[in-house]
Design a protein around this ligand. Sequence first.
Ligand code: BTN
Length: 264
Amino acid sequence: MPPLLNVSEILKNSSPQLPPSLKILILDQIDSTNSEAQRLISEKKMPPPLVIFAESQTQGRGRLDRKWESPAYQNLYLSLVIELPSQNLLAQNTLICGIALLESLLPLVPQGLQLKWPNDVLLNKKKVAGILSELVLNIGQPAKLIIGVGINVNAGPKDFSETLSNKATSLKIEFSKDFNRAEIAGRFLASFFSAFEEYFQTGFAPFREKWEGYAKPWGTRVSVEEAELRYEGTYLGLNKEGYLRVQTATGENLVIAGDVNWGI
Ligand code: BTN
């Protein structure tokens, strides 16, 4: 049995310091940490900031209603809950979280990491982590953001279904060794809170540039699937809201909620 996650190990690896009011829950099994966060918010049991980890999920959710494969004790599955300032664009939060996640992994994985719009962290061109942002709005209360993060840490090739195995990877698969999940969790939490503190102060502009630096270069050919629409074009970076700019034969399109394949 691999070492279980525990709060003191996570905190030992969180520098700079986390918000003193942050509550950290570690559950053995849950349907989805994002769903559990929604329940805790609606029952007003735990005010933000809050982070919920689970050792396994029975109904881990990905973007666009996809399943997030969540084998027990191998990977990291967590949801953060924070309050948002009144002027905020949901899409930007996912991009900021992606930057924080990639930067927290860089000291352990100096090469091969890349961001893919809107919510993927790739390692050697395969998906190693994903982000699912959900907004909770209640009249008269500040908006709350639930930001779910799945990081494939120590899953082996057999832990992925056949459909995923050529698209997804883990740190262990790429480096043939086990990684310390608490270290990764601690580093990520520290990076997340410092990125969001800066984002709430400075706005999105510096992060837009950073994000572009961690993604494929401008000019990359992409194919886009947005609802019923499918088209190809040339990637032109992000616009100032954080949407993806794609030049097509008929003009520039903004991708707001689609799926993008790079390097076609
Ligand atoms: C994606 O890439 O489509 C997003 C994946 C997000 C997965 C995480 S695992 C923890 C949290 N709980 C969930 O049910 N989903 C997110």
